[in-house]
Ligand binder design. Structure first.
Ligand SMILES: [Zn+2]
Length: 377
């Protein structure tokens, strides 16, 4: 235990390996803690606070809790949450999580266990009931645990899922992506959005198999992870409609043309005649719910997360891809245009245009690539 030191994040004290605070890549032993995931945890606290009033049972399950970082923050900073369950296969990590719960005076509502993830999830809470909120934040892919997460959450509950296999979801290993997520990625300038949509598609299709329906509420991404929040409800009729929200994105790697398609085919680019590449099957429906994002903003008086939430609140167009400002400038052979300027020019030309929460240097629009270039010339 001598290797563990106290550190405070927001209002919560953690016990973490000293080396995780000093080394560039936090080590996995004796226990894993990533200080760089603070924004990820900050956003999850806001999302859980926003969702908590609607929960029938105010219980939270942290499937890969490690030293208890997310579970402890929920116990301390989401006061509506009555019981918090954290699980990890690492007994050393669980030992320090328990100690930290005492330090934070939340040990009465924190329950830590050492078990395989699916066993933990399917066991349920101390009364054997499903959890109100289930979080899944594994090393690498969440794909193998999606079924268990959906089986472990209440009707009307919330799931939050992180994927760190970003190289797979963003297109570096398309065959691995196809087998894990049943869809093809696009290794291009908006690969992280395609990756999030592949993850949502796996979640939605798995849910439909279990007669459940999901509704995405908020998503975000960094270089190292993609993360989604979705409510889950029991409804075979909504599950029947899942394919209304599943489709494809066609992308031309030669001229940058892109569009949403309901069917995948061997399309030729209408602008340059090259073969279009197919992304998907993937989720083509909306992934930020404006009301929910507004509630998250209301829970953020310190405005730590304002930038990403403002962009998400503005991003209402439902267009399943974005354009990067530097990509457009390179085509125009000009110095970089600001995102705000581009949005204003597109709007004044009569197009829909907004920021995107997934990339601060990018924008969404219903204008085609040639129309964007024309509007900016
Ligand atoms: Zn083209």
């Amino acid at each position: 235990m001598t290797d563990f030191v106290r550190t405070v994040e927001s209002r919560t004290t953690f016990l973490v390996p000293q080396s995780s605070l000093t080394e560039k890549v936090p080590p996995k032993t004796p226990a894993f803690f990533n200080p760089a995931a603070k924004l990820n945890r900050d956003l999850s606290v806001l999302a859980y606070r926003a969702f908590a009033p609607y929960l029938a049972r105010k219980t939270f399950a942290d499937s890969f809790t490690g030293i208890g970082a997310r579970a402890l923050r929920v116990a301390v900073e989401v006061p509506e949450m009555e019981q918090v369950y954290g699980n990890d296969i690492n007994s050393i990590a669980i030992e320090v999580a328990k100690k930290a719960a005492k330090i934070n005076s939340v040990d009465d509502k924190c329950h830590f266990s050492i078990d395989e993830v699916c066993k933990f999830l399917l066991h349920g809470d101390s009364e054997g009931e499903r959890f109100g909120i289930v979080d899944l934040d594994p090393f690498g892919t969440p794909a193998r645990h999606i079924d268990c997460v959906l089986r472990a959450v209440l009707d009307g509950g919330l799931v939050s899922i992180t994927a760190t296999d970003t190289a797979v979801l963003c297109g570096v290993y398309p065959e691995v992506c196809l087998r894990r997520y049943y869809g093809r990625p696009l290794n291009n300038s908006y690969g992280n959005e395609t990756g999030i949509r592949l993850l949502l598609s796996l979640l939605a299709l798995t849910a439909s198999r279990l007669e459940l329906a999901i509704k995405p509420l908020f998503v975000h991404a960094t270089m190292h992870y993609l993360r989604v929040y979705a409510s889950v409800s029991v409804s075979s009729s909504e599950a029947n409609d899942v394919y209304n929200r599943i489709g494809y994105i066609m992308h031309c790697f030669k001229c940058g043309n892109r569009f949403k398609a309901e069917e995948c085919g061997n399309a030729k680019c209408e602008l340059c005649g090259s073969a279009m590449r197919i992304g998907g099957q993937l989720w083509t429906g909306p992934f930020h719910e404006w009301e929910f994002v507004k509630k998250m903003l209301e829970q953020d008086p310190d405005r730590h997360c304002k930038k990403v939430l403002d962009a998400a609140a503005e991003e209402t167009s439902g267009i399943p891809y974005y354009f990067r400002a530097d990509e457009i400038s390179a085509k125009l052979r000009t110095s970089p245009h600001s995102v705000q300027k581009i949005i204003e020019k597109l709007q004044s030309a009569g197009f829909i245009a907004s920021k995107t929460a997934l990339n601060p240097g990018a924008f969404k629009t219903d204008a085609r690539i040639d129309e964007i270039l024309e509007a900016l010339r």
